[in-house]
Write a protein that binds this ligand. Structure first.
Ligand code: SF4
Length: 468
């Protein structure tokens, strides 16, 4: 009898050495319902990284894929090979679903965890002229961009903040978001009222990591519990759609996942919660990768266990980039909440068919949810109508429902050198406009292309024989 490996070899990919950032071969293997990458760098040796904690879901992601959408324009050629060609290069397999415009390096916080290493005295504000050019670059690449996030640093500290929003609104952007820590919104109720002028088609993406002061001190450097509550009160009073954004770290706030979802459902301005496991990038003063790392599937399991709402049938891979994105949608109606994603078959999600809910079982919840879809008579084409805003779901013919009937839970896992997988990064659809005119995946921007990182990337490139 030959000895047997302790794992099941499943696949093969290219990852990165976490020390030198050179490409390395990686086996993908299953062991004890976990998925690992086994990597070897000729210089820095072997590494075993857990990349998922649910083999069935991981395998399901391989099937939840659809042909990528091609942007109008690519900015770089394939030369050194992925991930050293970002631009987007012609080898990239997905357009920009969500794009960040970083209007400043500065921030009114100096969080111990910050992928952009921002702070009160870091870098500078981009000029309005530079920001206009970045917006124009995006329109040139995308035509009518789906979702644009005004980001930073902390964008609300920019002295021309409202002029920036005005410029964004002049362009054919379908949905505009403000990525903020909420401090200015909390301190100035009139600021939230001014934001409301940009509705509909505008949303605040509000940092909301924890209810506990010591966790906020760990992640953000100070107790922001009152700031978060006050910001939400002001946004609610002004009627501004808001998504809560939670940076997650194992052992600190992963036990609050269910409570944050319940809290979000209780606030009328909240349209959903996005959970983001910490990416090893930028400033990580208090983060330990050994003890703090969470995978997408860890978060998915925690949502199922803690939310008392969503099941495994609701939390499905997002077909444009299933390794990185998982979603569940629910309908809020008349004081009730109906999980929605379970009503769609995989082919509905992959093909984006219209109004094709399969209605087979005599299930009260299904029946009520189905009736909601069927109600209403007049079509409503405003940007806040439900069917205009469901990215990656089938278009729904539900004229009676509006955006504020919707509640969305997203898990967004960004790649870092440890879990980097070239198969996944080519499908990345969350991008950042570089001031030099390139459009760069969020993941690779934070590893290779931010200020201060490009020089090291150029050095890596100089060691590579070009692909053509
Ligand atoms: S991540 Fe995309 S844009 Fe960057 S090198 Fe790879 S394929 Fe090209």
């Amino acid at each position: 009898m030959h000895p047997v490996r302790p794992y099941l070899y499943y696949d093969f990919t290219i990852s990165l050495c976490e020390v030198c950032l050179r490409r390395v071969d990686a086996k993908v293997v299953f062991e004890d319902n976990n998925v690992y990458m086994l990597k070897r760098c000729p210089e820095h040796g072997h590494r075993r990284v857990r990349i998922a904690s649910d083999v069935d879901y991981y395998k399901r992601c391989r099937e939840y894929i659809k042909p990528g959408e091609v942007p109008r324009k690519f900015s770089t050629a394939t030369h050194w090979g992925c991930p050293y060609d970002c631009g987007l290069c012609t080898d990239h397999e997905q357009h920009s679903c969500l794009t960040l415009i970083e209007v400043t390096d500065r921030c009114n916080l100096k969080c111990p965890t910050c992928y952009a290493s921002s702070g009160p005295h870091v870098g500078r504000h981009r000029t309005l002229d530079e920001i206009q050019k970045m917006l124009d670059t995006l329109v040139e690449h995308e035509g009518d961009p789906d979702v644009v996030q005004i980001s930073g640093g902390e964008p609300t500290v920019h002295p021309e903040f409202f002029a920036i929003l005005d410029e964004a609104k002049k362009r054919p952007i379908r949905h505009l978001m403000l990525n903020t820590n909420g401090i200015r919104i909390a301190r100035d109720p009139d600021f939230a009222k001014q934001l409301a002028d940009y509705m509909p088609g505008f949303e605040v993406y509000l940092q909301f990591d924890s209810f506990r002061p010591h966790v906020l001190e760990h992640l953000r450097g100070e107790d922001l519990t009152m700031v978060r509550q006050q910001a939400l009160d002001n946004l609610e009073a002004a009627g501004v759609s808001t998504t809560l954004v939670v940076t997650l770290e194992r052992g600190w706030n992963d036990d609050e996942i269910g409570d944050i979802i319940k809290f979000g459902l209780s606030r009328s301005c909240v349209r959903g919660v996005t959970f983001q496991p910490t990416q090893t990038a930028g400033r990580l003063d208090t983060y330990s990768e050994e003890t703090g790392r969470l995978t997408l599937t860890d978060v998915r399991t925690a949502i199922i266990e803690q939310s008392s709402l969503f099941t495994g049938d609701d939390l499905v891979p997002v077909p444009c980039n299933p390794d990185a994105l998982c979603m569940a949608y629910a309908l809020k109606y008349d004081g009730d909440v109906f999980p929605l994603t379970r009503l769609f078959s995989p082919s509905d999600l992959l093909e984006g068919t219209r109004n094709t809910i399969v209605f087979e079982e005599e299930d009260v919840v299904r029946e009520r949810a189905f009736r909601l879809f069927s109600t209403g008579t007049a079509s409503d084409d405003t940007p806040e109508a439900l069917d205009a805003l469901l990215c990656c779901l089938p278009k729904i013919n539900a004229p009676a429902l509006r955006y504020d009937n919707l509640f969305r839970v997203i898990i967004m896992q960004f790649l870092d050198p440890a879990i980097f997988d070239v198969r996944s990064v080519k499908r990345s659809c969350v991008h950042i406009v570089h001031p030099d005119g390139r459009i760069i995946p969020f993941d690779t921007m934070n590893i290779f292309y931010r200020d201060g990182l490009q020089e090291r990337t150029d050095q890596l490139r100089s060691e590579i024989r070009p692909t053509r």
